[in-house]
Write a protein that binds this ligand. Structure first.
Ligand SMILES: C[S@@+](CC[C@H](N)C(=O)[O-])C[C@H]1O[C@@H](n2cnc3c(N)ncnc32)[C@H](O)[C@@H]1O
Length: 221
């Protein structure tokens, strides 16, 4: 059994949380869209269908995930976040929009993938604006590193994809290098479901700061 000793790609912070977010957060265990895994997940059972499943890591305020899940009901989506306000926010949006093809988990992506996801059981993984940890001394906190690539290459099925967007040139460079070195992926053009996607909160922030946006897509060989 793997231990839980990896360097975390996030820091615990208690951000501001609205009353409505708090309501959804406090009642999450009774919410059909919130899931707490206890053992290896049977994705077909979880969603009650055999649709391909896409994992979104760090959905933030959840607006992009909601938008895509509504547009593509023929896919299942699992959304991971570690911050309470994000969880409360997306559960509210799922409920307001009566969405049935998203499950939300509050868990570190590494723990989730290592402990609860069967090999080759995901059709895709998306990471929109993963925390860039811009200072060199913090690079070790970046989620996308060699170990992460090895992990996801086991979990995404052959022909499946990894979609990443970042506005940090040094993170982009390191991601491209890592994928080039890892022989289990090849670079490809964008996946149809992300064509004309809405901008995320962090993407808007990057654009306002004048940052270039790097959109990367890789497929599993
Ligand atoms: C910079 S934000 C981007 C949020 C959103 N995707 C966007 O583009 O607006 C990165 C998010 O990833 C989440 N995150 C970081 N490390 C994570 C991990 N190991 N597992 C799950 N979520 C993580 C953080 O909590 C944060 O909300």
């Amino acid at each position: 059994m793997k231990t839980n000793s990896h360097i975390k790609s996030f820091v615990k912070r208690s951000g501001r949380i609205t009353n409505i977010q708090k309501y959804f957060l406090n009642n999450r265990e009774a919410n059909n869209s919130f899931y707490t895994p206890r053992s290896l997940i049977d994705i077909s059972k979880l969603f009650n269908n055999d649709n391909p499943c896409i994992l979104d890591v760090g959905f933030g305020d959840g607006k992009l995930l909601i938008n895509i899940a509504k547009k593509y009901p023929e896919f299942n989506f699992i959304g991971l976040e570690v911050y309470d306000s994000g969880i409360g926010n997306i559960l509210k949006q799922i409920s307001n929009n009566e969405i049935e093809n998203i499950k939300i988990l509050k868990i570190d992506a590494i723990v989730f993938l290592e402990k609860f996801i069967r090999n080759s059981s995901l059709y895709g993984i998306s990471l929109f604006f993963p925390d860039p940890w811009p200072k060199k001394k913090h690079y070790k906190r970046r989620l996308i590193n060699e170990n992460f690539l090895n992990l996801i290459s086991d979990k995404v099925q052959k022909g499946g994809f990894v979609k990443i967007a970042t506005d940090w040139p040094s993170y982009n460079e390191s991601i491209v290098e890592l994928f080039e070195r890892n022989k289990r992926f090849h670079k490809t053009s964008d996946i149809v479901i992300y064509n004309e996607r809405i901008l995320t909160k962090f993407e808007k922030r990057g654009i306002l700061l004048g940052h270039k946006i790097f959109d990367l897509t890789f497929k599993v060989n």
